[in-house]
Design a protein. Structure first.
Length: 345
């Protein structure tokens, strides 16, 4: 029903506007008594074999929602009812910012893909904290943090420091985002020296906190093998808990969509099916080269159980979805979980 009726209707409208419409609709529906329980019955798979202990945390299942979908923590309680094992909010910045000019979110249906250049649009970390104080779900929540657009890279550590401390009490793990292509010069922070300094600062801060919470690094799929080797060295040096591989790509070479249409869209990060193969390559490289030294969360082009299993076999401990959730609908989480059970992974 979703792919034959609901999705074609939703795809008639501007992607960003329909995203907010769907959020409001889900919020309103969940005000009706019993809807949350019905949603859980329809979409959640309860099976102890799906549980995973990773980074010292116990996940109900290995399928999570990637950052960017509920970036401002407005719908995480309701989204948890669709059967996710964990939900990542953000990317959040210390100060609210409007992001890049609209339009900034585009569909490529022929490729089952999205292009976005949102630019970390959010109301600021403190606004998200106020919503997280109303947390009802037991599903694990990750906090994805970044720097404000106007903050120069030389002062980026200050932004991550502020976001870290603001979120500390309200999330179960942290993700350091230095890999979005939509904030000018942000990816320069993936270079070995600045990245090591940034992660060491956060690890030092965590060391004096009353409870330890994992710190993960989200990396781009566009890194070379030499840069991936640097990432492996950094993880070993700083001892962060793991890697999320991967963010969106700036590569357009694999697209089926007409070149003129893609060029007209312009800059932005590409997500969806075209990223699947490269994301899996990065996961496999990191896992094999590091000899499984750290856990990896696999994300990029997951639409089916087979896609998720591919990531897990490549070396991922957990997976996340984003574009697939939009294209496949809420039943995909249940299908993936059932596929993982059938495969015995």
């Amino acid at each position: 029903m979703y792919k034959t009726i609901i999705r074609p209707l939703l795809f008639c409208f501007d992607p960003e506007r329909i995203h907010h419409f769907v959020f409001r609709s889900i919020k309103l529906m969940n005000c009706i008594p019993g809807i949350a329980a019905i949603t859980r019955v329809l979409y959640k798979v309860n099976d102890k074999r799906l549980k995973r202990t990773v980074f010292g945390l116990e996940f109900e299942n290995p399928v999570g929602l990637a950052a960017g979908f509920d970036k401002e923590a407005k719908l995480y309680n309701e989204l948890a009812n669709f059967g996710f094992g964990f939900i990542e909010i953000g990317t959040l910045t210390p100060v609210g910012q409007t992001g890049n000019p609209k339009p900034r979110l585009f569909r490529l249906p022929e490729d089952s893909a999205l292009i976005n250049r949102m630019g970390f649009n959010n109301e600021g970390v403190e606004a998200a904290v106020e919503r997280l104080k109303k947390r009802k779900t037991k599903v694990l929540i990750g906090g994805n943090i970044g720097k404000n657009k106007v903050t120069p890279n030389e002062q980026a550590k200050d932004d991550y420091y502020k976001a870290f401390h603001a979120l500390y009490e309200y999330v179960d793990y942290f993700v350091v985002n230095v890999s979005s292509p939509n904030t000018p010069n942000l990816r320069a922070l993936q270079d070995k020296e600045p990245l090591t300094e940034l992660l060491k600062m956060l690890k030092n801060e965590m060391a004096v906190m009353p409870d330890h919470k994992p710190i993960l690094l989200k990396i781009a799929p566009d890194l070379t093998n030499e840069q991936l080797d640097d990432i492996i060295d950094i993880v070993a040096d700083v001892k962060i808990e793991g890697i999320i591989a991967t963010n969106t790509t700036i590569d357009r070479s694999m697209l089926k969509t007409e070149r003129l249409k893609v060029d007209a869209i312009g800059a932005g990060g590409l997500s969806g099916k075209p990223v699947r193969a490269r994301s899996t390559e990065v996961i496999a490289y990191l896992h094999q080269k590091s000899k499984g030294a750290f856990p990896i969360v696999g994300v990029g082009g997951i639409y089916t159980a087979d896609d998720a299993i591919e990531k897990l076999k490549a070396g991922a401990s957990l997976v996340q979805v984003y574009s697939g959730f939009i294209y496949e609908g809420p039943s995909m989480i249940k299908k993936i979980c059932k596929g993982i059970l059938k495969a015995g992974i």
